[in-house]
Design a protein around this ligand. Sequence first.
Ligand code: IPD
Ligand code: CA
Ligand code: CA
Length: 274
Amino acid sequence: MTSSLVSARLSPAASPRLIILAEAVLKAGATAKASLKRRLVNEMLSKAPRDYQTEIDVAVERIIVEELTKKFPDYAIKGEEAVGNRDGSAGTPVIYIDPIDGTTNFAWGIPHFGMTISIVENGILVAGVVYDAMLDELFSAELGGGAYLNGSRIECVANGDIENVVVGAGLPVPGQVKAVSEEIYFDALKRLMANTAGVRRLGSAALSIAYVACGRLDGFFEDGLSLHDYGASALLVTEAGGTVTAFNGRPVTANGDILAANTALHPWLAEGLK
Ligand code: IPD
Ligand code: CA
Ligand code: CA
């Protein structure tokens, strides 16, 4: 895809570095899409119980790292699969890559996974892309520049009408919930089931949070995520007028408990996680 075709899928004011992130993720997306199939457990690696790595997680990260290493020779790189990680000197921007967010979906042949890259500069998220290779949907955002889906501006939907919200949430694996007790977390899920239009566990935190940014979900929460998963998507939500915090309403920390929602709904969700 030529640079002008890629640019047409971003903000008209997209910076050269956002265009490079988009080019890299689009290139890698073709490989991921072509490789989707049901895999058996003996055909992949288990990094930990219920935490899989397929050969495509590694291949896709390699494609992205090769592109970005050339284009950003000074930046630090932190990929989830550690294919080409490198440190930078103090103060250099850091690129976070999650080559396939939703590996369990991918490994089971379920066509819903996100590919995501973000840049953190001086501790602040400044740019990010999330790509759904199956639907050819490219989400992108830059700090202060708005959030976009395939070149169209997106915004959270201001909907705090509890009976008529749809909320995404992670269904945790054992040990994943740490920010609150499991009892509080599961009660929060029950509260959603009892009061809202529906709860969704889509299987890619990156895409679920991006869905909050474009209004397909009114909110989302999950514990135990990392910047690799949520960096680009969190920037999408704030640039789309939504709110992203930890469960306790304070800024997100390395603990990785994330509550992203349209601003009208956020307080009600936070109440349920107390
Ligand atoms: C996972 C996905 C999943 C979430 C897990 C994440 P991965 O990332 O985002 O939706 O529930 O907590 O670890 O391992 O597929 O990159
Ligand atoms: Ca992930
Ligand atoms: Ca991953």
